[in-house]
Design a binder for this molecule. Structure first.
Ligand code: OXD
Ligand code: MN
Length: 592
């Protein structure tokens, strides 16, 4: 175990409250992990899949009322309400501890408490932070062993460490009316109760690596962002790294694992994945901004993942993976989900555990889906065919460009470049996505999601923007900041840009701008490419005119957006930096 009394005392106190029958320390050994898998198979918590077709893979189903992150039950508990800000739900820390203590009281009776020592980041790196998660769920343990670096070696590294993130999780009764995901950034503490769904219970991910880490980043002078990291290698073997923030379910995993179009592949271009969801960024000794992916695996959305959309992600799921809420194919003892292929299994069980008849499937009726739309795979990053050889590098990778992106039918062009860091921060702050016909509710409703961090900033959004502006002043050689929109539609509502691998054509323009080898046209919103500078070689049905249309700046749509942005800033409140209001006024003036 450990001699670290900070850890021992805290585990003792949490056990006194939750009253587990046993306490088991997770060491990460093959033997212990295998024994836990056997126990979870025996209890039905997980199902072992076909060892030949999907070696070392398992299927888990959550409770039907527990399938996604719960933003309305997620709280930031700072002593002052203003420090959490208007975007976050807030509870006074003492009141929250008291309220949740009642739910945790005796919640592990008859169960085992697992103690998971884990690190976010590679051991020995300046970036790395430690956490301990206490949980009564073997599913959580098995996922954390994939998603983080966890086990005895981490506990040994924490031997003299007073600072670690204290995470307490109990499934309790899975009561959705008493489900709480609470963060106490001033105490380095996370309490999560009455859920068993990944984003609510794998406390290293959104809770620690984004909410608590963003708070620590501000205090300590670094940044925690909802960003993928990819490396683009040119034929000379030089690799440039890009970090990109998109709202949840806008294709971060697909972009991070992009397959270059044939025209680039045959010249020797390659794309390497460093991370698909979270980036921690620090100023390096060379004055550039450096990034690591603090995670160790991918917690990806299964539906829509296939051989064409993302062969690398699919390949990552072919072994050592935990599938959650997908279809169980009984004939082959494998898994399936909507969009995997055109061969749904004939004898199958759906995500709720009921027999599933694929012939009744109706795209418009969610109740006929075999896999839940938010069903997931938890896969080992190192199993990804395009994982970067810098994945484990404790120094991380230097970032050349930052990209923000959203899903906009008309307003945002395919790509534009900000005028500089301050304007780039403004561009990030006004990021937005529109709801699509695929989801319930009105079509085209704009949700502002600044830097894709709306659900994940662990403090006041205005202070977060101020921190971005401060960082810009401190980075001697900052990345250039861009905005992309893969989702412009034509009059019929069809996407104009092919997306997926062809997004590399846009990345090439972005990198050329960073090198200073291509010109651009200044517009009121930023620098937009000359249409002929986006490479459309071998791109069926896309002409220079298509690109011209994709790059057009619709002034009226932007003017209409200004009011929406101002309303949003007012909602964020008094701490919105003056510099961002100045950028808004300047944009308005440029639009005329
Ligand atoms: C998310 C995720 O919801 O990564 O953003 O799971
Ligand atoms: Mn995410």
């Amino acid at each position: 175990m450990t001699g670290n009394t900070h850890i021992l005392n805290w585990v003792r106190d949490m056990a006194a409250m939750t009253q587990p029958d046993n306490i088991v320390w997770i060491d990460g050994s093959k033997e212990q992990t295998e024994a836990l898998r056997r126990e979870a198979c025996a209890s039905g918590e997980i199902i072992k899949l076909n060892e030949e077709l999907l070696p070392n893979c398992y299927l888990h189903r959550t409770a039907v009322n527990d399938v996604a992150r719960v933003e309305d039950r997620t709280f930031i508990c700072t002593s002052k309400k203003d420090d959490a800000g208007n975007i976050n739900n807030w509870m006074e820390p003492k009141a929250c501890y008291e309220k949740l203590s009642k739910l945790f009281q005796g919640s592990m009776k008859g169960r085992t408490m697992y103690v998971i020592p884990y690190a976010m980041g590679q051991l020995g790196s300046d970036f790395t932070k430690y956490g301990i998660e206490l949980t009564d769920s073997i599913y959580v343990v098995l996922n954390m062993l994939i998603m983080t670096r966890a086990g005895a070696h981490v506990l040994a590294a924490m031997e003299n460490e007073p600072h670690f993130i204290k995470g307490l999780h109990s499934k309790a009764d899975l009561d959705e009316n008493n489900r709480y995901i609470c963060h106490f950034p001033e105490d380095n503490t996370i309490w999560s109760v009455n859920s068993g769904y990944g984003g609510n219970v794998l406390l290293g991910k959104k809770c620690f690596a984004l909410r608590i880490a963003s708070y620590l980043g501000r205090k300590e002078g670094w940044m925690a962002e909802h960003m993928l990291i990819l490396g683009l290698e040119d034929p000379k073997g030089e690799i440039r790294y890009i970090a990109a923030a998109f709202p949840s379910a806008c294709g971060k995993t697909n972009l991070a694992m992009l397959i270059p179009p044939e025209i680039y592949k045959k010249q020797g271009y390659k794309v390497w994945c460093v991370g698909d969801d979270i980036a921690w960024l620090r100023i390096g000794r060379d004055g550039r901004l450096w990034a690591v992916n603090p995670e160790n695996g991918f917690f990806g959305v299964a539906p829509g993942t296939n051989e064409k959309s993302n062969p690398n992600a699919l390949a990552s799921t072919r072994r050592d993976t935990i599938f959650t809420n997908v279809v169980h194919d009984l004939d082959t003892n494998t898994v399936w989900w909507e969009g995997l292929n055109d061969h749904p299994p004939v004898h199958a069980i759906d995500w709720k555990g009921n027999p599933w008849d694929y012939r009744k499937f109706d795209k418009k009726d969610k109740s006929t889906y075999g896999a839940h739309p938010n069903s997931r795979f938890t896969s080992v990053a190192k199993n990804c065919p395009c994982v970067s050889d810098k994945f484990d590098d404790p120094t991380g990778v230097p970032i050349t460009a930052i990209i923000f992106g959203g899903r906009r039918a008309r307003t945002a062009p395919l790509v534009y470049q900000s005028f500089g860091w301050q304007h780039g921060t403004f561009v990030g702050s006004i990021m937005a996505s529109e709801t699509t016909a695929a989801a319930a509710g009105a079509v085209g409703v704009v949700r502002r999601d600044p830097m894709a961090m709306r659900p994940f900033v662990g403090y006041n959004m205005g202070d977060y923007w101020a921190h971005w502006l401060d960082m810009g002043k401190q980075i001697p050689n900052p990345p250039k900041i861009f905005h992309v929109n893969w989702f412009r539609t034509d009059g019929n509502g069809d996407f104009i840009w092919p997306g997926f691998g062809d997004n590399m054509r846009v990345l090439m323009w972005i990198l050329a701008r960073c090198e200073g080898t291509v010109a651009a046209q200044p517009t009121p919103i930023g620098y937009v490419p000359h249409p002929e500078d986006i490479n459309i070689e071998d791109l069926d049905g896309v002409t220079v005119d298509t690109i011209r249309d994709l790059l057009s700046v619709d002034r009226e749509a932007w003017k209409a957006d200004i009011d929406h942005i101002r309303e949003f800033y007012e909602m964020v409140g008094e701490r919105v930096p003056a510099a961002l209001y100045e950028e808004l006024a300047a944009l308005e003036a440029r639009l005329g």
